[in-house]
Design a protein around this ligand. Structure first.
Ligand code: PLP
Length: 396
C-alpha cells in the first residue's frame, strides 16, 4: 500500500522525533536542559483549572457547535475590541484546536491547488508544511539579520505572481523574536489590498511583547481587516498549550468555509477547554503579566550571556521567548572525530557534549542558526550558558 503523494512531500516531523528522543533520555536518567521548547514552563493559572473542574461537574461534557459556544465567541469579540480595537460579531469567529488548526483551516478555505502563499523566512516550520498539505505552494520572502529580520516590501513585490493567494505573517515572530511596527504592517496590508491578497495574521505571541508596541493587523484599516484572518489562541499567553484553544476572526464568508472544513475533520474544540477559555479571557491579566515579566528578565539574562560569547551573534529579540543565534563561525571546526558542518551538527554537538537541547535553524529556513528558547528556569538557563561557553572552547 502506498501513502499519498501529498504526504510524501511533507516528510517526517522532526519535532516528534525530538520528543521521543527526550522521553528516551528521561528513561535512561540522562539530565537534559531543554532550550527547544515552544511553550511556557509555567503552569496554567489555578482559576482556569477550577473553571474546567466546574465545567465537568456541571455537565459541559457534550458536543458543542462546531464554531465554539456562543459565550466564548462573545468573550473573544470583547477581547478583540478591548485589546486590539477591532469590532467583530460572534459569527465572524471560529474556535479551533489551537492556532495551528485555525491556520490550517484558513489555508484549506482559501487555497486551490497550485496557489502561492508568501511566507517571510526564517519562519515557523509548520507554515510551509501546512501550505503543502492544502496543495498550495509556499513561496519564501527572505529577511536578513542586518535588517533585524524585518521583511522588505520590495522582496514581497518580487515574489507576487498571478497565483499568489495570501501572505502568512507572524507577529511577534517565531523564531526571530522580532516585533513588526505599525508602519510595516500598514505597508504590507496595503500591498495585499493592491494585489487582492488575503493575509493570515498569526498573533499567538501577542502578549509576549517586551519592546515596541504590539499592533494587530486588522486594527490598521477596514480595508485591511476585510482581507485578514486573525489567528490567536490561549496556548502561549495563558500557559495553556495542552488545552488546545485557538481561534480565527475574519470575514463571515471565510469563517463559514473554515467551519465546514472543521466540521468534517474534528468538529468542536473540547467542551471543557472552551469553558476554561471563557474563565481565562474574563479573568484579570495578573498571572499573564507575572509570566511576561519573568520572560523579560530571562531575555535580558540570556542575551547578556550570549553577548559575552565571542564567535556568535544574534539580533536581540523584542518578543516571544526565542532568540535566534548565528553559529556559522563554528562550521568547519571539530572536536575529536566530530566536525561541525551545519546547524544540525551544532545542535547534536551541544546535546552530546553539554546536554543542552537546541533547535536547529534548518527547521526554520535559517541554516546558519540555532533557536534558543528561554522558556526555562533561571537556574537551568544559568547552567546551560555556562555549559555552552565551556564546550564551545573545545571546537578547534
Ligand atoms: N503559531 C506559531 C508561530 C507558533 O510558534 C505556534 C506554536 O509553537 C503556534 C502557532 C501553535 O499554537 P497552538 O498551540 O495554539 O496551536
Amino acid at each position: 500500500m502506498e501513502i499519498s503523494e501529498r504526504f510524501k512531500k511533507i516528510g517526517v516531523n522532526n519535532k516528534a522525533a525530538v520528543r521521543s528522543q527526550m522521553e528516551y533520555f528521561k528513561r535512561i536518567g540522562r539530565k537534559i536542559i531543554s532550550l527547544n521548547m515552544g511553550e511556557a514552563d509555567f503552569d496554567t493559572p489555578d482559576y482556569i483549572i477550577e473553571s474546567a473542574i466546574e465545567a465537568m461537574k456541571t455537565g459541559c461534557t457534550r458536543y458543542t457547535s462546531v464554531e465554539g459556544i456562543l459565550e466564548l465567541r462573545q468573550a473573544l469579540c470583547k477581547k478583540l475590541l478591548d485589546e486590539n480595537h477591532v469590532s467583530y460579531l460572534p459569527d465572524e469567529i471560529i474556535v479551533c484546536a489551537g492556532a495551528k488548526q485555525a491556520i490550517s483551516n484558513a489555508l484549506f478555505a482559501l487555497c486551490d491547488e497550485g496557489d502561492e502563499v508568501l511566507i517571510p523566512t526564517p519562519c515557523w516550520d509548520s507554515y510551509p508544511q501546512m501550505v503543502k498539505l492544502a496543495q498550495a505552494k509556499p513561496v519564501f520572502v527572505e529577511t536578513q539579520a542586518k535588517d533585524a529580520f524585518i521583511p522588505s516590501l520590495s522582496e514581497f513585490k518580487k515574489k507576487i505572481t498571478t497565483r499568489t493567494k495570501c501572505i502568512i505573517l507572524n507577529n511577534p515572530h517565531n523564531p526571530t523574536g522580532c516585533v513588526y511596527s505599525r508602519d510595516l504592517l500598514e505597508a504590507i496590508g496595503n500591498l495585499a489590498c493592491e494585489h487582492d491578497l488575503y493575509i493570515i495574521s498569526d498573533e499567538i505571541y501577542e502578549y509576549l511583547t517586551y519592546e515596541g508596541e504590539f499592533v494587530s493587523m486588522t486594527s490598521i484599516s477596514d480595508e485591511i481587516k476585510n482581507r485578514t484572518i486573525t489567528v490567536n489562541g490561549l496556548s502561549k499567553s495563558f500557559a495553556m498549550t495542552g488545552w488546545r484553544v485557538g481561534y480565527a476572526a475574519g470575514a463571515k464568508q471565510i469563517i463559514d468555509a473554515m467551519k465546514i472544513f472543521q466540521g468534517y475533520t474534528t468538529s468542536n474544540v473540547n467542551s471543557i477547554s472552551q469553558r476554561a477559555a471563557i474563565a481565562a479571557l474574563s479573568g484579570s491579566r495578573e498571572d499573564v503579566s507575572k509570566m511576561v515579566k519573568e520572560f523579560d528578565l530571562r531575555r535580558e539574562f540570556i542575551t547578556k550571556k550570549l553577548s559575552d560569547m565571542k564567535q556568535i551573534n544574534f539580533v536581540c529579540p523584542q518578543g516571544t521567548f526565542y532568540v535566534l543565534v548565528n553559529i556559522s563561525s563554528y562550521f568547519g571546526l571539530s572536536y575529536k572525530d566530530k566536525k561541525i558542518e551545519n546547524a544540525n551538527d551544532f545542535a547534536a554537538f551541544m546535546l552530546e557534549q553539554a546536554n543542552i537541547l537546541l533547535s536547529s535553524g534548518e527547521l526554520y529556513h535559517a541554516p546558519d542558526y540555532v533557536r534558543i528558547s528561554y522558556s526555562n528556569s533561571m537556574e537551568n538557563l544559568t547552567l546551560a550558558m555556562e555549559k555552552m561557553n565551556e564546550v564551545l572552547s573545545l571546537l578547534k
